[in-house]
Design a protein around this ligand. Structure first.
Ligand SMILES: [Mn+2]
Length: 281
């Protein structure tokens, strides 16, 4: 008789809390004015996370940008800051982090690093665990394409329902996941605030990487005196995987709310959300 496995195969869901908060903030402005509108986006994100638990999600981690600025702002002056973010949106990050923790959901508020780095670090930690069957990264952000691996680590776009595995990354960008930092360094990312290398677009970038490999391996004449700049952008585009977010993947298992769930500030959790949490117990 074969040994029983220690654990059931685990599927880990990593959620970009910053993206979700933005999505719900701008989505909630289309609806009617709710009670406690200052927490409407927080309630939206909590509802999304609860919906996943009501489905079949067991292991969940949510990464947030506790502050938008990160170590990357010291590397490049134009890198994105929190300056343009609506104060009514910015004010919901801390309540979201507080509410997720009270709801018993693993949450990683990032300060020096970004939420993207937290998700990359969580992928790194989860993928090292043999009981982890699959990791789903819930964000449409192309930065996270570098973390995709085979069919085991995939990226999911909640709005389109599209699931991108390693073959999907090649199909979309023309390069495999491990070369996404090279690709982004060359083409730049206007949303993140670095320009890439002038004159190199998506097609050229993918072609250069397919011919030569990583930027470090490009012949000197390809980038000339722009090589150092390209390598700086590659550092910016490379997600950090060394954040010590958890020791055991079972720390991400949702097993009910924490003690503080009933004493959150009024309006963060409404009766409908509280009822849904109770129904899961
Ligand atoms: Mn990003």
């Amino acid at each position: 008789m074969p040994d029983a496995p220690d654990r059931q195969p685990v599927i880990v869901h990593l959620i970009d809390g910053t993206y979700e908060l933005f999505r719900h903030f701008y989505g909630s402005m289309r609806g009617r004015k709710p009670k406690h509108p200052q927490f409407a986006a927080v309630r939206g994100v909590l509802g999304t996370v609860l919906g996943m638990i009501e489905g079949d999600a067991t292991h969940i981690g949510v990464a947030t940008d506790h502050v938008i600025e990160s170590f990357r702002n010291d590397l490049w002056p134009g890198y994105k800051t929190g300056a343009g973010v609506d104060p009514a949106l910015k004010a919901q990050f801390e309540p979201l982090e507080q509410a997720l923790a009270a709801m018993g959901v693993a949450v990683w508020p990032m300060v020096e690093l970004e939420a993207d780095d937290a998700m990359a670090s969580a992928v790194h930690l989860a993928a090292a665990d043999a009981s982890v069957h699959k990791v789903c990264i819930w964000t449409p952000d192309k930065d996270l394409a570098q973390c995709v691996s085979g069919q085991r680590v995939v990226q999911v776009d909640r709005r389109s329902g599209m699931i991108r595995d390693a073959a999907g990354v090649v199909e979309k960008f023309g390069v495999p996941p491990e070369h996404i930092p090279d690709y982004l360094a060359l083409v730049g990312d206007s949303a993140d605030g670095y320009p890439g290398i002038k004159g190199i677009g998506a097609v050229t970038a993918a072609g250069l990487i397919r011919s030569h490999g990583a930027i470090e391996q490009f012949p000197d004449n390809v980038l000339g005196d722009r090589r150092e700049l390209a390598l700086l952008f590659k550092t910016i585009a490379t997600l950090r995987t060394d954040a010590p977010l958890f020791n055991d993947v079972d720390e991400l298992r949702w097993d009910g709310p924490a003690d503080g769930f009933g004493s959150l500030p009024a309006g963060i959790v409404d009766d409908a959300l509280a009822g849904r949490v109770a129904a899961l117990m």
